[in-house]
Design a protein around this ligand. Sequence first.
Ligand code: ZN
Length: 370
Amino acid sequence: MGTTPTAERMVLGPGRSPRLSLFAVAHHPCLGSECDLPYSADRGKKSVNRQALDELKQQIPLLDYLQAQDWQPVRPLSGGRWMGLCPLHADRKPSFLVDPGKSLFYCYGCGRGGDVIRFAEIYHDLKFPQALALLRQWRGLAPLLQQATDFYRMQLHRHPEAVAYLLQRGVRSPKLIEHMRIGYAPGGCLRGWLMQLGYPLPALRQAGLVTAVGYDAYVNRIVFPLEGNLYGRSISAAAPPHRFLPGAKGGLYAWEQARRYPEVILVEGLFDYAVLWQAGFHNVTCAMGTHLNARQFQQLCDGPHTVYLSFDADANGSGQQASQQLAHRLEAHGIPARHIVLPAGHDPNSFFVQGGDAGQFQSLLEAAQS
Ligand SMILES: [Zn+2]
């Protein structure tokens, strides 16, 4: 599996002695009173300033960061602590302990634990300096994207053209709109709103929410918040259909939910995801394109799932080709893959929009072949 090197690295922990790590596994001192990971000391990085690290950790409470990655607490424990499914390994019963007071985690399943920086290292498969950079970026960007998301969600019901577009794409259920936090960017008003809230223009430009000349970047677009990004789908045929803000598109969409199922449906677009979720298929996830980034691929490999691929049945065969290639890569990592064969010219969205129902899709799932 693709996760083995990380797992080995993290069980020992970079730059730590095996003796110390055994102690950590047996007693998980990270959740005791004395844990204070001496980054600058044990990793020999003089450049990493202890105070800056403490500040960063203070500004990013572990629980906030976990929840932004879709992690959900399942069971409360004493002292305000929580148990939930471990986002770092294929977990069947909650073995991931989070102490929000101390901003520390420990997993009884995979034996890993630590603070928010350690979590980011393992979760995103990054080295320490890259994890720091990612968290610093997240600290700056997260509140801004949250504000933009809230604003776009407020706009959705004020714009009949946006609601009409959603209906036309088969998105009807208020529960779905809530679940996906779907919003609408009319254009010409986000910049003013965010600046009123005190965000300086350069920050809005840097995030890509505002263009270099100062206009809202998203105009007449349905907006879906992703992990650290916003996807905007144009409702007008005159503009390029798909837009992302600068930066990575993130991991698989709603992976924390989908990964709990032994069978996972992978689709290409968020409107495919939407109609399937609405039809009751909650074991669905989306790569936002047919090309999976390294993290998305690793997520698919991180557990005993069977992956059902349902990419667009394009006339030029590109969807089928991407699907075949991905299936081979998955099989090479020991992950069974099946192809869902949709009627010619259809994607899951158009299949449901044009009258397909859950029962019919279920039949296609059962008929899916490797
Ligand atoms: Zn774990």
